[in-house]
Design a protein around this ligand. Structure first.
Ligand SMILES: Nc1ncnc2c1ncn2[C@@H]1O[C@H](COP(=O)(O)OP(=O)(O)OP(=O)(O)O)[C@@H](O)[C@H]1O
Ligand SMILES: [Mg+2]
Length: 301
């Protein structure tokens, strides 16, 4: 199973969440591999402790090590290993589709129960394709307006990328591109309108398109909450996503802003290890349980 952690903005907690979920799930008995796809700014190894991986995705992408499983570095957590991001200047925008397909295929073949991919910030098509291809796609928001804005933009970009794939798959010519144009003459203003329009105009393929969209399993984590209002914002994000995107989204929970995090980061130690009784450590466990409980459910359009 492949899980991804994304979010439009930098610094919203993607790496903290990826690494902490990896640790928590491995402690619950799952074999987990973390993949740092934040190529240009890889730091997942630091979030896991003071390890210094000898091999990284650079070795795979350059062809020096074609077997991705050999790039896995053991961590101090018995069932958790890491595929570190690039140690050179390569970043996500330098990845072409030539790199992408073998990387995706190799990730799918890794031997583990769960692969968690830290996607890094931004809406590069590679980031979006990994996000869309995952069994579950998590988005991190913080209560700041900039994070909310970028988070919605990230989901919208992923949605449109998916629609472009579907246009190709169902041989629709430029049908979807035309109606996706912001200034289209069909009064389509939101992704939800777009789905309704497709259902009315292309009834013969509507159910297949809806089925395809059902495979996007969107899950939200509200991070760095400081008040009840911040926590409740999670529900507002949820209803906006449902209304605007027409997708059923699941709220996994919230994580408080916790000083234990920066104190652990300064020591280059995972917060779960350094402060196992902190508020945030308990909240991570709750999110893990939510993830496990919702294992068999799918997002519904
Ligand atoms: N809940 C929290 N409480 C306190 N500090 C936090 C919390 N979440 C994240 N941080 C801090 O915010 C900073 C950014 O977190 P992190 O590196 O996980 O974000 P990111 O989304 O991966 O960023 P980037 O896009 O730059 O990779 C870190 O210093 C981290 O320790
Ligand atoms: Mg990060």
């Amino acid at each position: 199973m492949i899980w991804t952690v994304g979010g439009g903005k930098g610094g919203v907690g993607k790496s903290l969440i990826s690494s902490s979920l990896g640790i928590s799930l491995s402690r619950l008995g799952y074999r987990v591999i973390l993949v740092d796809l934040d190529l240009g700014a890889a730091n997942l190894h630091t979030c896991l402790g003071t390890l210094n991986p000898q091999l990284s995705l650079s070795d795979f992408l350059s062809g020096r090590q074609p077997d991705l499983s050999r790039i896995c570095t053991a961590t101090e957590f018995p069932k958790l290993s890491l595929i570190s991001g690039c140690h050179d200047a390569l970043d996500i925008s330098s990845l072409s589709s030539e790199h992408l397909a073998p990387l995706m295929e190799s990730i799918k073949k890794l031997s583990s129960d769960i692969v968690i991919i830290d996607l890094g910030a931004g809406t590069h098509f590679t980031t979006l394709d990994f996000f869309l291809d995952a069994d579950r796609s998590m988005v991190t928001f913080t209560p700041e307006p900039t994070s909310l804005e970028n988070g919605y933009r990230f989901i919208k970009a992923a949605f449109f990328r998916k629609m472009k794939h579907l246009e190709k798959k169902f041989d629709l010519g430029t049908f979807i591109s035309e109606v996706m144009d912001e200034k289209n003459r069909y009064q389509i203003r939101t992704p939800y309108d777009l789905i309704q329009y497709i259902i009315s105009q292309k009834p013969e393929i509507a159910s297949q398109i809806v089925e395809e969209l059902n495979h996007i399993r969107l899950e939200i984590i509200m991070n760095q909450t400081r008040s009840l209002n911040d926590i409740e914002l999670g529900n507002s994000v949820l209803s906006v996503c449902r209304k605007y995107f027409g997708l059923s989204v699941h709220l996994l929970g919230h994580l408080d802003y916790d000083n234990a995090v920066w104190q652990a980061v300064r020591k280059r130690k995972p917060v779960l290890l350094e402060f196992p009784h902190s508020v945030i450590s308990g909240q991570f466990l709750r999110i893990c349980k939510n993830l496990i409980d919702h294992k068999s459910k799918r997002a519904v359009v």
